[in-house]
Design a protein around this ligand. Sequence first.
Ligand code: NI
Length: 250
Amino acid sequence: MRLQLSTWPEVEAYLNRSTGVVIPIGSTEQHGPTGLIGTDAICPETIAVGMAEEGILVAPTLSIGMAQHHLAFPGSITLRPSTLIAVIRDVVGSLASQGFTHFYFLNGHGGNIATVQAAFAELWADASLAGRASSLHLKLGNWFAGPRVTKLSRELFGEADGKHATASEVSLTWHAWPDQQRDAELVPERAPDGAIRDAAGYRATFADGRIGSEPQRASREFGSRFYEAGLADALDEYRQFAQSDDAKGK
Ligand code: NI
């Protein structure tokens, strides 16, 4: 059940059986010479659409995340951490005002993690500082870190999957958008690894945008396997979360 393709009476009826919702969250940032700029939003959204087909309510994807370190590559867009925290607070607050209690953020971008967790702390602080109990159950799930996905990545690519513009995520985007595959010679074959700081430092250290990865190993067939693994991981994690503390949940 996708929020954007629902009517308000349908959402009202959904609330009678579940107060849980999935919010895909990603980024709009370079993914090396062959990876799509939307990769980190496309991946969790693709998996979330599969969750929606199981009857779980899925909100619109938050497609712009915290990506300041990618700004030296054209096309990348960032929200600063304080802006993303404000966005998450208002999105959660909107749905919470109607009775939603369990919010599962399905994330596609490692750079969002600290900021999403800070947003959760802000939301809980609203209740704590007012001396009342919060109704909010907030969870962050990273599609790329679930047990089945991690195992598959290790089997297929080992260390070569790297950290950014990975063969895993590029494969999944090709499963979602088979006519958007790119090919180019990548030199060196395996991108360098190292620390991330600001945008200028990132471009100086990681010349073509990749970190430690070999996305040339990606394939659409692998992407279909990552989709199945990612969907199973996310459904397991969501259902366990929704069943805790009575989201009436599924
Ligand atoms: Ni990515």
